[in-house]
Design a protein around this ligand. Structure first.
Ligand code: DAH
Length: 351
């Protein structure tokens, strides 16, 4: 019994002296653990008589309860103290100035995509899409470029190493024109579609990157003529470049999927080192266009005796470069912060 009293007294002292929660755990273990003081004491009473054992056992339980209660009380005090310490150390000075954060900017291509898409919809053109990984058939044959057509070699195509199916080999599309076929097949004429998307060609220098973006548009109706094509492209480009007096020149050209075909030039002048569209007599090419070839309408399940169409295609980076004065094509794809700060658009300037 004396031993129990001493044990209780020494434990309570130890608890009183304890100054951290971590040490409380150690103390707990030193008393109640497998080899702890109380457990050790209880092991030693095995030799006592039953009656004595009951007496000592009851007293030991009381001691355990007292010690446990003190441990809990001390833990609560220490917890509060540690919390206070933490709160004092972690105080925030709300009067400090905030950290500088660099706001993101819109990539110039994003801006131009939004502008082009907005203009297209005012002309009643609906967005149509196609896959980056195309079949030979949609990229070439359906666009009036059968096997061995010489125009195929001009496209520097990336072919994909998979087996061919009934639509030929797989490739990375070399232009957005295959979207014309897919859109025609999925809809009933009359229609007006536009598409914007990535295209790929095995070509790399200051004015060519292996991946770039094209804009494509297609209108099919029962009485569409070259005049409609000219009216639409003129209006679209005048609005896009914000140049109401922009002159267009349609130069006869050749594309397998249009007949007749034209390359479209814009007039411009250079004033103080800057390109100004719609003034002067210099000409710059912007894209290709033409009346959709009857074979192409047929590939799209459109009857060429009932319907006619026009198509227009051009490079998105070229439109962006001319409008916003971006000199080197490669900058568009390099994710360089300084380049972006020069040519990007922050959200405040978004119209
Ligand atoms: N698909 C042509 C190319 O990449 C561009 C083009 C020319 C598209 C004339 C057209 C078009 O829709 O009518 O090179």
């Amino acid at each position: 019994m004396h031993e129990l009293d001493r044990l209780q007294a020494s434990c309570l002292l130890e608890i009183e002296d304890c100054d951290s929660l971590r040490k409380i755990d150690l103390i707990k273990n030193a008393i109640f653990g497998k080899n702890g003081k109380l457990s050790g004491f209880l092991k030693n009473i095995k030799g006592l008589s039953d009656e004595k054992k009951r007496e000592v056992g009851a007293r030991a339980n009381a001691v355990r309860a007292v010690i446990q209660e003190r441990l809990e009380a001390r833990s609560r005090v220490l917890e509060m103290a540690e919390l206070d310490k933490k709160l004092a150390a972690e105080s925030v000075d709300v009067t400090l100035p905030s950290r500088f954060s660099q706001p993101g900017t819109l990539h110039p291509l994003t801006k131009v995509i939004e502008e082009v898409a907005g203009l297209m919809s005012t002309y009643g053109f609906v967005f149509a899409d196609g896959p980056d990984i195309e079949s030979e058939y949609y990229n070439f044959a359906a666009l009036n470029m059968p096997d061995h057509h010489p125009a195929r070699t001009m496209h520097d195509t990336f072919y994909i190493n998979t087996s061919a199916d009934d639509k030929g080999r797989k490739l990375l599309r070399t232009h957005t024109s295959p979207v014309q076929i897919r859109a025609m097949l999925a809809n009933q004429p009359p229609f007006r579609f536009f598409s914007i998307g990535r295209v790929f060609r095995s070509d790399y220098d200051a004015t060519h990157t292996p991946m770039f973006n094209q804009i494509e548009c297609l209108m099919v109706d029962d009485n569409v003529g070259f005049s409609n094509l000219k009216w639409f492209i003129s209006g679209f480009l005048r609005k896009f470049f914000g140049a109401p007096n922009l002159q267009l020149r349609f130069r006869p050209s050749f594309f397998p999927f249009t007949e007749p075909s034209a390359e479209v030039d814009l007039n411009y002048d250079v004033v103080n080192g800057k390109i100004v569209f719609g003034s002067g007599q210099r000409w710059m090419e912007i894209g290709g266009a033409g009346m959709v070839h009857p074979n192409v309408l047929e590939s799209g399940n459109v009857d060429p005796s009932k319907y006619r169409g026009f198509a227009f295609g051009c490079g998105l980076e070229r439109m962006a470069s001319l409008k916003y004065g971006v000199p080197d094509l490669r900058g568009y794809f390099e994710s360089n912060e300084r380049w972006r700060n020069n040519f990007g658009f922050n959200h405040a300037t978004r119209e």
